[in-house]
Design a protein around this ligand. Structure first.
Ligand code: ADQ
Length: 474
């Protein structure tokens, strides 16, 4: 294999690895071992897009370009985040489609491809990421690129009815079928794509993982993304005075902490979660004065109206719970509307008895894996996880809940709060094993090996459906 060339909407800051999430860690490691090139948007909005910028960090080169104000509005905020993001997260009600959004989405992909194509060498392997860049392979192929090109979708691939409601879905499908490997997070995503192809394409479908179109073979697979487990566990064990002080305070007052951390996004189910916590305090009043819920929500895509709406809804809901239950020395909800450094986030996860991760839809959800990695083996906390997070396919020893069912989530909080240590330890052991086996490095190796045809993965589709239930005696 020659170089690895990664294309994604944004590139990461390669000088700050310790602040990076699993996605960056996985990609950077792959790039470093392969003399890589990473192309994407530099995060700036400017009328001057004439000269893409090249920078080199060790053996990795970044190739970045700005977006014009129009591209930012129509490609990024528009088609990517007002059409594809809501639709792929089953929120057709929030989809705001305009023809000019789709046209601009196609033309930005065209511009990225035109910038990249002259830089490509014959044996480069290209790995394209996420919903912003679906047409990239098609655009590169039009320029004569015969290289291996893989695509990985970080968000869910929705069910057939939902995907076929996206305007120009046939075009998106034909773009996807220009890749050599289409990677999804979960078996469920692979199955959704398979059903869609069966109904809406004349591709020759050999199996859910193998399709032939116009003499080309396309591989399809699921590659659940992981985190850098060792690094996150180490960070969680570094002493942090303020977190430790809080932990001691809670211990003295016989209190425990429930924690959630998300981007402030309607797909993450934050209002439902606050309602569930309120229900928990109503159903189990003995926890009033003892349960503390810390919600850390980092601002995200604030230029899109739906994101502003969720912010005010959340503030109102949290305020109402505190208004009803708070006492002079206890507030049930602490709501932080900003990003927190990983050096703080990891010990906070470790000091929380419950990780409450209940998205309404999520491609994977790395916070769930980070919460598991941060726990103390001797006295681990309990993960409550939405059945609609991709991570639920792997993490079946969490307490799996339906985030729409407020009672279900409230009861799971009660179950976690009273769970015996032995059961917490057993569940944690199993979860940690899986999170460790499928870490960020595993993810990028599995994907690239499949793209290069080094592995046959015929049985994978069944891999995550076989976990045995918890037996406390084992
Ligand atoms: P995201 O939707 O961004 O990613 P997620 O997988 O949870 O969601 O990753 C978020 C990352 O940001 C985690 O590393 C987390 O620790 C961090 N984070 C979240 N809230 C934070 C806060 N308030 N302060 C600081 N850090 C915070 C998309 C898909 C996911 C998929 C990932 C990777 O939507 O489903 O898991 O890509 O493929």
């Amino acid at each position: 294999m020659g170089r690895l060339v990664v294309v994604s909407n944004r590139t990461a800051n390669l000088t700050k690895k310790t602040q990076a999430g699993g996605l960056t860690v996985g990609i950077v490691d792959a790039l470093k071992s392969q003399d890589g090139l990473w192309m994407g948007w530099d995060g700036r909005i400017s009328e001057d897009i004439s000269a893409p910028k090249q920078e080199k960090y060790d053996n990795v080169t970044t190739l970045t370009t700005s977006l014009t104000p129009e591209e930012h509005e129509k490609y990024y905020l528009g088609f990517s985040n007002k059409v594809l993001w809501p639709a792929f997260h089953y929120r057709l009600d929030l989809m705001d489609y305009r023809t000019e959004f789709a046209d601009c989405y196609a033309s930005v992909n065209e511009r990225f491809a035109a910038t990249l194509a002259p830089q490509l060498k014959q044996d480069d392997v290209i790995w394209v990421h996420d919903y912003h860049m679906i047409p990239m392979a098609a655009k590169l192929r039009q320029k004569g690129c015969g290289n291996k090109i893989g695509f990985f979708l970080h968000i869910p691939f929705p069910s057939i009815d939902v995907f076929s409601a996206v305007p120009r879905h046939e075009w998106l499908r034909s773009c996807l079928l220009q890749y050599d490997l289409i990677g999804f997070q979960t078996v469920n995503d692979v199955q959704n794509f398979h059903r869609y192809l069966k109904e809406h394409s004349d591709a020759d479908i050999i199996s859910p993982e193998l399709v032939r179109v116009d003499g080309r073979t396309i591989h399809i697979g699921h590659f659940p993304i992981g985190i850098d487990v060792k690094q996150f566990a180490q960070t969680s064990s570094k002493p942090d005075d303020t977190v430790e002080l809080e932990r001691i305070r809670r211990k003295m007052l016989k209190r425990f902490q429930i924690i959630s951390a998300d981007r402030l996004d309607y797909s993450k189910g934050l209002p439902h979660r606050i309602k569930a916590f309120r229900k928990f305090l109503d159903l189990y009043p003995e926890y009033q004065g003892h349960a503390e819920y810390l919600q850390i929500a980092s601002p995200s895509r604030e230029d899109v109206t739906a994101y502003g709406d969720i912010k005010s809804e959340l503030e109102q809901l949290a305020g109402a719970v505190n208004g009803k239950f708070a006492d002079f020395n206890w507030a049930p909800i602490q709501y932080i509307n900003r990003s927190i450094a990983r050096s703080k986030l990891a010990p906070l996860f470790k000091s929380s008895l419950i990780g409450l991760i209940t998205p309404l839809r999520d491609g994977m959800n790395l916070v769930a894996k980070e919460y598991v990695a941060a726990q103390d083996d001797a006295d681990p906390g309990i993960l409550i996880l939405s059945k609609f997070a991709g991570a639920a396919e792997e993490l079946s020893e969490a307490l799996i809940v339906n985030p729409y069912d407020i009672n279900d989530v409230a009861q799971a909080i009660q179950k976690a709060a009273t769970m015996p240590l032995a059961e917490r330890q057993l569940r944690h052991r199993k979860l940690l094993k899986r999170v460790t086996e499928h870490d960020a490095q595993w993810w990028q190796r599995e994907y690239l090996d499949a793209l290069l045809g080094k592995t046959e993965r015929p049985q994978l589709i069944h891999q995550f459906t076989k976990h045995s239930p918890i037996h406390l005696t084992t």
